[in-house]
Design a binder for this molecule. Sequence first.
Ligand code: 4GX
Length: 251
Amino acid sequence: MKFDIMTLFPEMVERITGESILGRAQENHLITVRCHNIRDYSENRHHNVDDTPYGGGMGMVMAAPPIWNCHQAILAQVGADERCRTVYLSPRGRRFDQGVAQEYTAYDRLILLCGHYEGVDERAIRLVADEELSVGDYVLTGGELPACIVVDAVSRLLPGVLSDPACHREESIASGLLEYPQYTRPPCFMGMEVPEVLLSGHHAHIADWRLQQSLELTRNMRPDLYEAYLAAHPAEPPRKKRRRTSSEPGS
Ligand code: 4GX
């Protein structure tokens, strides 16, 4: 999958997406992150990309022509067979979540437009964006961090980016539940013991304990997710207790 990032700060996006798992995914040609400096598409002789807002008011607005030119240049490189979507990162957009990340994995190309200053000329948004997307109800200084969030959340769903494909199913939000608590050595730290069941080696008990912890954590920390989970997983009939054979203790 290829990500085209339209930005005034390409180094910022390149630094973040060049590290760790996304960096390795790029080396392995599983994803491509290509930054396009909107300033390079300014036809202005001072390479200006912003201007004062019509009607007055504070700050500057990103002008439409460089954004349009930049987008046209990217589209010229998109194959006719490629599924492509352009997204403008903005607090007024549809809220990004795991479901949207999953949805975006269906595209071959994702073009992400990062705004700065007091925003982008509305005509540029109308002309280039298929959708506006928000990463949360707070105001950032620009769309670069949101774009990186989208690249990250989408990329880790692509085959081969994470080492174990099963990790998607098992964990957290993807299952509708929060992740159970994890522990590693030492077995006792600052007087706090690792739960005994995890040291037992009894895999069925461990799986039961983890599910119970996930359910409890989700109910306490994210009642909204818990309600959604219950609605999607109608109560299973209580499992029948296995009959113990006469050779086992307690029979
Ligand atoms: N989820 N920002 C967009 C520019 C801007 C300013 C004013 C419209 C009006 C954000 C978010 C976000 C900061 C990106 C402001 N656009 N993007 N930028 N939250 O806060 O996506």
